[in-house]
Design a protein around this ligand. Sequence first.
Ligand SMILES: [Zn+2]
Length: 280
Amino acid sequence: MELPADDLAYLKAGVVLAWLVLFFVWERMSPAAQPPGPLPDEVPGGAHRLLRNAGLWLGNTLLSRFIILPLTFLAASYSLGWRPDEWKGGWFLIVDILILDFMIYWWHRANHEFQPLWRFHQVHHLDRRLDSTSAVRFHFGEVLLSASFRVVVVILLDIPFAAILLHETVVLVAAIFQHSNVRLPKRLERALGWLIITPGIHWIHHHAVRHDTDSNYGTLLSLWDRLFGSMSPTQRRPDMPIGVEYDKDRSLGELLLLPFGPQKQDMSKVENQPARQGSS
Ligand SMILES: [Zn+2]
């Protein structure tokens, strides 16, 4: 399907690719966290992990271009149409991006709180290292589910297609930044953290301790976590274990099948449950 905004879609892809390459090189020249050595079953340089993340990215890029963007374009074309034209474009682009950021905060939170959504989202969290490539590591099912959620938002809130494309670009640029392992001056990162999600904030979301994994859900603004009480007090440490507590990463094929098979028991949640009374 030829999209009217095809040139914008290609511009988006170019910007994201250049940003990814920049952070991929930068984090290797000046890393914030120095891993203590290879993890168990990790090849030197982590080539398997990089190939796994690249495979998921490639699949999602094709999915986005040929299914998600056309579907979103249709949704924007058949939205409820209640907005006057003066409420589209210009400053309203920024308003739309903030609305979408607010919705994504709750969508991300739902991915952690509802088991059927976590089945897909855990694929992103099972990465045991964090760098710019973690930002594009998502199960195809999660990408489709979140696009479906966005379609509903776009139809109800009458969000123009250009705002969606701009939001997608900003989200990818922000995600690459906050997953990256670049070392930033501490004062700069602290100041940025009052407004946006920085690597120091987002790495806590990938800390392999469940109560930290279930915090810091924001994508662009750090405001939502502060407002809704989900900002973790934990500070990032260079040697902090990354991943999912009580679980391990898998091969690409296993990751793709993971949401559909039996799930590993989440011991942290089991331990937090009150003991059953009077059961026989
Ligand atoms: Zn998450």
